[in-house]
Design a protein around this ligand. Sequence first.
Ligand SMILES: [Fe+2]
Ligand SMILES: [Fe+2]
Length: 167
Amino acid sequence: MLSEKMEKALNDQMTAEFHSGYLYLSMAAYLEELDYPGFANWMKVQAKEEQDHGMKIYNYIIARGAKVTLEAIEAPQTEWDDIEAIFAHVLEHEQLVTSLINNLVDLAIEESDHATNQFLQWYVAEQVEEEENAMENLGKIKRGKNSADILFMLDAEFANRIYTSEI
Ligand SMILES: [Fe+2]
Ligand SMILES: [Fe+2]
């Protein structure tokens, strides 16, 4: 049994995950426009993973006999100054999501909702990975941003990312 407050908080987080997917898809579209199909591929895989993160919460809410409520998804940003700004935004966004997850864990602890706390630990670990990847990617882009050749190579590297379902 979820408290009303927890039900709302989980629905909000589900929406936040879908919004993350939408943001990364918007970044993918912009990268296609800039003619970086590899970076766009990376973002499209990222978008699918975020969709999975949302669905994982959807499934959990159902499993607890609570109500899934789909909320409006805010329109994402559609343009960035340059490629570095895109990857800096990814890191910033993941840091924001980490803080949202931390708030949820705080609520679960406050309510002694051990099941939800345990469920959320997957997200705690996932955010460590997300931030690590975002920092690594931003580092690569920063080092390569002034060289068309290095960006071309990085684009080819990012083209190799393959989606595997997280649910
Ligand atoms: Fe996520
Ligand atoms: Fe993420």
